[in-house]
Design a protein around this ligand. Structure first.
Ligand code: WAQ
Ligand code: MG
Length: 261
């Protein structure tokens, strides 16, 4: 298997990135698809594009994706409130949750390329706080992608397929790493306001309205407990994880029962 990654910059700022795990025969087609994406992003035309291809040495870990739950919210207040409640159900202290929200939506409008790593005392554990840590070397088989696509179609959400797929792949890998309690995410794409909270415990929970339409802030926080940061970061960045089955759609009643609606 090969890891193939794309990164596009404009005026030294990151505008888009994506990655896949592919077989040798899929390299050329995948590279072209990633290049097309880099050239047509809503954040503008890139000044530079990097595509890197690497033969994987270690063993690939095959996993089933987290199950997906669709939650609803009528506005940003309700969306953030729902996400906060779910995080609280994981035993994450309220102070950490508040801090996470303010870090993802910074007042200076600068986005990180990677994720924030936060422990249960609200301390940040990334070696470079401007960059954050990047989950990498993860992908999904065509068969599992199709299962996901079909499920999203039944919900009338096939338009969101690429976004959900990539986020679900990332969230599944992150949740599989020992020490991860949960992840909070929303996109930095101005028009994409749905985000999620994900964990091994409850799965991938999509929450609409985590930010206002037109807002270009976005980011990720990995909440962790009892980790060795060097080992944890190494695993998040380097160990290959391939999703070979879609974990299905999970009803929202379970989480609403736990959070009290
Ligand atoms: N590793 C760690 N952090 C990352 C990575 C990565 N590989 N890629 C992106 N980030 C961080 C970075 O701070 C970005 O600014 C931020 O996440 C948002 O990235 O079910 O599209 O790629 O419909 O804009 C959620 C989908 C979409 C919800 C999230 O994120 C749904 C999305 P984006
Ligand atoms: Mg983005």
């Amino acid at each position: 298997m090969y890891s193939i990654r794309m990164r596009a910059n404009k005026d030294d700022k990151h505008i888009s990135g994506a990655e896949m795990l592919v077989t040798e025969g899929q390299i050329t087609g995948s590279a072209v698809r990633l290049l097309e994406r880099a050239l047509h992003h809503e954040k503008g035309k890139p000044g530079s594009v990097n595509i890197s291809i690497e033969a994987l040495k270690g063993q690939v870990n095959n996993v089933t994706s987290l199950p997906v739950t669709f939650l609803s919210s009528k506005d940003v207040e309700e969306g953030r409130n729902t996400a906060s409640k779910i995080l609280k159900c994981h035993g994450i202290p309220e102070g950490c949750i508040k801090k996470a929200f303010s870090l993802i939506a910074p007042s200076n409008g600068e986005n990180m390329r990677g994720a924030i790593l936060m422990d249960m005392k609200g301390r940040r554990l990334e070696p470079d706080e401007r960059r954050g840590i990047r989950a990498s070397r993860m992908g999904i088989t065509e068969k599992a992608s199709l299962e996901l696509f079909n499920s999203l179609s039944t919900k009338g959400l096939s338009d969101c397929y690429t976004k959900v797929k990539e986020a679900l792949v990332l969230a599944t890998k992150v949740s599989s790493v020992r020490g991860t309690i949960a992840e909070l995410c929303w996109s930095d794409d101005p028009s994409y306001t749905t985000g999620y909270v994900a964990s091994k415990k409850y799965g991938y929970m999509r929450v609409p309205n985590l930010k206002p339409e037109g807002d270009s802030s976005g980011g990720r926080v990995f909440f962790v407990n009892d980790i060795n940061p060097v080992d944890y970061i190494n695993e998040i960045e380097k160990s290959p994880v391939l999703i070979n089955r879609f974990g299905g759609i999970k009803d929202s009643s379970e989480i609403y029962n736990i959070t009290g609606g």
